[in-house]
Design a binder for this molecule. Structure first.
Ligand code: HEM
Length: 487
């Protein structure tokens, strides 16, 4: 080894040592908050940081049944209380399983806390996605979303499209005795959202192309975020680019068509979501494309998971299926032959709403959301230090037996009693200024699906041992196979 390479090796060696030291120092730096008492003598909550760098991330993410809190939260809550510190996703973190703190976090978005998803999620969704955007950009995107949701809901044909998709989906089971329900539910919610947002029918080749790219995209969202060609993450980033250009082409085509249309034919323009979207001038073209992607992403997997959870829970609750049948047969008996379901019918589906709420509470489609503290925040007798990640865990509150009697049991009738009006104990759609704008669409889809399902089929689980697992995204590992029989 000559002098130059010797020097290089020494510099590299010192560099590596300094880097490792800085990582370890950064990992334990938060302990100083405890030692010096960052906020007027208050301390950060008890807890542990686990391993350098990784902290406790792997144990936190360890899969468990989604209708249980999992061993990590159980163990930490009993050791440290419902609010504890940890080191997760490479950041010092406060984990909250406390209803009041969760509510406080959601209600103080952009004031004390801010949405803060891990960097790789930004890499896939893009920085102008509403799911990750903050501040004024988020406000602008959100007010467009709310306007779009309310105009779409009031369009004629909105409910009929959903119902027709239900009838087609379950009508295709007539020849089968066994159905892989998760796949069917995904096909159904994807068809609904693509029709609602882009006006595309399920047989359109563009729908197939978007679905294919979307599946790749979804796999990447839950994969190891390493951008090496060929990895699921890298494939997802590329799939997102392809979906964006497909959506961009559809938007451009619509703008061109509108420009070419004679003013006299303007009334014959489509009266759909896309039409409203192209006419919003507070959004740039890229924001419109990203907005469509958010709607597809938000509206597809979550709603299909909720449907799978309901089918799973109902398979074990024959009494609830009977009550549903009575409710839907009554609604059905008041309709004329071929008459479609209306908003009034939807409002009559009271027991159905209880089933939906109970499946959301027990099944926990979204286990927690990501936030960070914008300043040192005092809550009760502890401090949440500025810059720390904060994770309000909804599932822990939903399954807390001090808040819900027999919390681990699926009991839709519990929703008969007056529920907490502040909604602190039930937040499946989040809360505050980031509350899910698609919650009603999701509920209507599920309610209409149940309307036809319970009247046309009986079903049971082909593999009774299969459970919904929180990964933390929910998964039925064998796709929820059910045996169906026509009523
Ligand atoms: C069962 C179905 C659904 C569940 C459980 C669900 C849950 C949630 C939750 C918990 C949030 C808050 C995220 C946060 O605070 O960081 C959220 C936000 C969002 N959801 Fe949903 N969602 C569902 C269906 C839908 C549907 C059908 C759509 C669209 C059509 C949608 C679009 C969105 C969007 C765009 C946001 C971001 C809102 C914002 O940041 O202001 N979701 N959803």
């Amino acid at each position: 080894m000559d002098g130059t390479s010797g020097l290089l090796v020494t510099v590299l060696f010192v560099g590596v040592i300094a880097y490792v030291f800085s990582l370890v120092f950064n990992h334990y730096k938060p302990l100083l908050h405890n030692l010096v008492g960052a906020g007027g003598g208050c301390k950060v909550p008890n807890g542990s940081f686990g391993w350098p760098l990784l902290g406790e991330t792997l144990s936190f993410l360890k899969p468990h049944a989604s209708n249980s809190v999992g061993s990590f939260l159980q163990d930490h809550c009993s050791r440290y209380g419902k609010v504890f510190k940890s080191h997760l996703f490479l950041t010092p973190t406060i984990v909250s399983c406390d209803q009041d703190l969760n509510y406080f976090i959601l209600q103080n978005e952009d004031k004390l806390f801010q949405c803060s998803y891990p960097k790789p999620i930004h890499g896939i969704l893009g920085d102008i996605s509403m799911l990750v955007a903050v501040g004024d950009t988020h406000k602008r995107l959100r007010s467009a979303a709310l306007a779009l949701v309310s105009s779409t809901k009031s369009k004629p044909g909105f409910l009929a499209d959903i119902e027709n998709t239900v009838i087609k989906t379950i009508g295709s089971w007539k020849q089968n005795t066994q159905v892989l329900f998760c796949e069917e539910a995904r096909r159904f919610t994807f068809t609904v959202i693509v029709k609602q947002v882009l006006g595309l029918s399920p047989d359109d080749p563009v729908t197939h192309r978007i679905l294919k790219d979307f599946l790749t995209f979804m796999k990447g969202l839950i994969s190891l975020p390493v951008y090496i060609p060929g990895t699921p993450y890298a494939r997802a980033v590329k799939a997102r680019i392809r979906i964006s250009s497909t959506v961009k082409a559809i938007i451009e085509e619509r703008i061109k068509r509108n420009k070419e249309a004679q003013p006299s034919t303007a009334t014959s323009r489509c009266n759909d979501f896309l039409e409203t979207l192209v006419s919003i001038d507070t959004l740039s073209e890229d924001e419109k494309v990203s907005f469509v992607l958010d709607s597809l992403l938000g509206g597809y997997e979550t709603t299909s998971l909720l449907m799978s959870l309901i089918v799973y829970f109902l398979a074990q609750s024959p009494a609830a299926v009977e009550l549903l049948k009575v409710e839907h047969e009554k609604i059905g008996s008041m309709k004329k032959e071929g008459e479609v379901l209306s908003w009034d019918d939807y409002r009559k589906m009271e027991f159905t709403q209880k089933v939906i709420n109970e499946a959301l509470r027990c099944g926990n489609v979204v286990k927690f959301v990501h936030r960070k503290a914008l300043k040192d925040i005092k809550f009760r007798d502890f401090i949440i230090p500025c810059g720390w990640k904060v994770l309000p865990v909804f599932s822990a509150v939903h399954l807390d037996s001090s808040l819900h009697e027999n919390a681990l049991e699926f009991q839709p009738l519990r929703w008969d009693q007056n529920q907490d009006q502040t909604c602190k104990t039930f937040t499946p759609f989040g809360g505050g200024t980031r509350c899910c704008p698609g919650f009603e669409l999701a509920k209507v889809e599920v309610a209409f699906f149940l309307h036809h399902l319970v009247q046309k089929y009986r079903w049971r689980l082909s593999e009774p041992g299969e459970q919904p697992l929180a990964y933390p995204y929910i998964e039925f590992q064998r796709g929820l196979s059910i045996e169906v029989e026509q009523c």
